[in-house]
Design a protein around this ligand. Structure first.
Ligand SMILES: CC(C)(COP(=O)(O)OP(=O)(O)OC[C@H]1O[C@@H](n2cnc3c(N)ncnc32)[C@H](O)[C@@H]1OP(=O)(O)O)[C@@H](O)C(=O)NCCC(=O)NCCS
Length: 91
């Protein structure tokens, strides 16, 4: 799912059922979403993730995202790492 904020697209709610993890599905979903968003000429594709969510952090770091910010106690009361997709890292 992606939310739009002034031509900035936020990827959120990327979830794979527990029974199907580590099979490449999360990566494929992420890549597909990015590919679709790129067709809209976005200024930015970004997301936020808990600093403790190691699987998601690794997934994003290995697939073109860089850490750009860190905010304490966001909407869910937890600290969040903000990441942005970098074109030249993706392909
Ligand atoms: C994050 C999530 C979507 C990953 O989905 P997945 O289908 O298991 O991911 P993939 O199999 O495509 O993994 C791609 C790469 O991410 C990394 N990765 C994924 N899970 C990992 C784990 N548990 N530990 C370490 N690295 C992990 C690996 O580098 C992996 O590549 P590899 O298997 O070749 O080593 C899944 O763990 C999930 O649904 N988590 C709960 C919801 C969530 O936290 N979503 C993110 C919110 S921001």
């Amino acid at each position: 799912m992606a939310l739009v904020k002034k031509e900035k697209y936020e990827i959120c709610a990327l979830v794979v059922h527990k029974s199907y993890r580590r099979k490449g599905i999360g990566k494929r979903l992420l890549m597909h979403t990015i590919q679709k968003l790129k067709e809209l000429n976005p200024k930015e594709i970004f997301l936020s993730v808990s600093q403790y969510n190691i699987p998601a952090l690794i997934l994003y770091l290995k697939n073109g995202f860089v850490i750009v910010d860190f905010k304490k106690k966001v909407f869910d009361g937890l600290d969040r790492v903000y990441m942005r997709e970098e074109d030249n890292l993706l392909f």
